[in-house]
Design a protein around this ligand. Structure first.
Ligand code: OKP
Ligand code: ZN
Length: 344
């Protein structure tokens, strides 16, 4: 399985994540990918390639133009306004306020394009986000060209990002870009399987009205887990997309017996959808030792999950999402890939 990876991810490393009222060292940090790269090497995944630069046409087809301009210029505007910290949103267009009037002031604009305040924008964020999206796009091109599978080692992650919002450590929706690439490459129907602990609200939002892209997710129930306001079981898609969204929220302390049953339900949905290709939003924060999640999967469970996914026998692009138990992130991620290769 070819791995797509760019060193440019290092350009995004905020000093602060707003957590419990404090600015802490972000969970989503550059060393995450070092652990994954080391494990990939140990396990013989030696085909690691730099992605081609992002295709700007595809990026603009996916995202709001004002949002892209904001991401590109936010840091400079923030500094020019005299702010001394990192770009962190603090005001939001909340219930009954104006959601379609981007303010001129950069502090207001940050909240206009944000969905949460834990995620800071810094000097290199835009370049890093582009490189992450490029990994997903190149991986999808590789699979569209006939490879059975590919792994996009994306950092920063993408599944919380919508066409016009950042947050939850995400800026550009890597999985959505990969899905559109596979569509252009000839796959008529795409399934996105999101096994990250957190609900992939961004991916869901992007495809909510689409009948040609299935989105299925297992995640911590919104009552108890970020992103709190989406991922309920009754969110099933709308219009042409009705029935093409499948959410399985699960409660605190859920272990592999229940989790794997939910996975089988999603895989059944993907089978009935008759997808031609699969994207896996591969977060491994369902791990029992993850510091910001509450599922109880063990490292071996990730291999079994990979085996189950492989049985779909679909061309598959894996996009890295979350996973914050740093010492185990390599083992858990590569376990999914190895399980997949055993059965696919
Ligand atoms: C991103 B991905 C910690 C709360 C963290 C944001 C979580 C983003 C997860 N105090 N809230 O889905 O792994
Ligand atoms: Zn997550």
């Amino acid at each position: 399985m070819r791995v797509f990876f760019s060193e440019q991810h290092r350009l995004h490393f905020p000093q602060g994540e707003l957590s419990g009222g404090e600015l802490i060292t972000p969970y989503e940090r550059p060393s995450r990918v070092e652990y994954i790269l080391r494990r990939l090497t140990e396990r013989g995944f030696s085909d690691v390639e730099e992605p081609l630069p992002i295709d700007p046409v595809a990026l603009h087809a996916l995202c709001d133009a004002g949002y892209l301009r904001f991401l590109e210029t936010a840091w400079d505007a923030w500094i020019a306004a005299g702010h001394r910290g990192e770009v962190i949103a603090s005001s939001y267009p909340a219930r009954r306020m104006q959601t379609n009037r981007p303010p001129r002031d950069i502090e207001g604009l940050a909240g206009y394009y944000a969905l949460a305040s834990e995620t800071a924008i810094t000097q290199g964020t835009w370049e890093a986000a582009l490189s992450s999206a490029a990994c997903a796009q190149s991986a999808a091109n590789h699979v569209a060209d006939g490879a059975g599978s590919a792994f996009a080692l994306c950092r920063p992650p993408g599944h919380h990002a919508t066409a016009d919002m950042f947050g939850g450590y995400c800026f550009l929706n890597n999985a959505a870009l990969a899905a559109e690439r596979l569509r252009e490459g000839g796959a008529a129907r795409i399934a996105i399987l999101d096994i990250d602990f957190h609900h992939g609200n961004g991916t869901q939002d992007i495809f909510y009205g689409r009948g040609d892209v299935f989105f299925g997710s297992i995640h911590g129930a919104p009552e108890d887990a970020f992103p709190y306001y989406s991922g309920f079981a009754d969110e099933i898609g709308q219009g042409a997309g009705e029935g093409a969204t499948l959410n399985i929220p699960l409660p605190p302390r859920t272990g592999y017996p229940v989790w794997s049953e939910a996975l089988e339900t999603l895989l059944g949905g993907i089978h009935r959808f008759s997808a031609d290709a699969l994207i896996v939003s591969l977060g491994v924060d369902a791990f029992e030792e993850d510091p910001i999640s509450f599922f109880k999967l063990k490292s071996d469970d990730f291999k079994d999950a990979g085996r189950r996914i492989g049985k779909c026998k679909l061309p598959t692009v894996f996009c890295l999402e979350g996973g914050y138990a740093i010492e185990a992130i390599g083992i858990n991620t590569v376990n999914v890939l190895e399980g997949f290769l055993e059965t696919s």
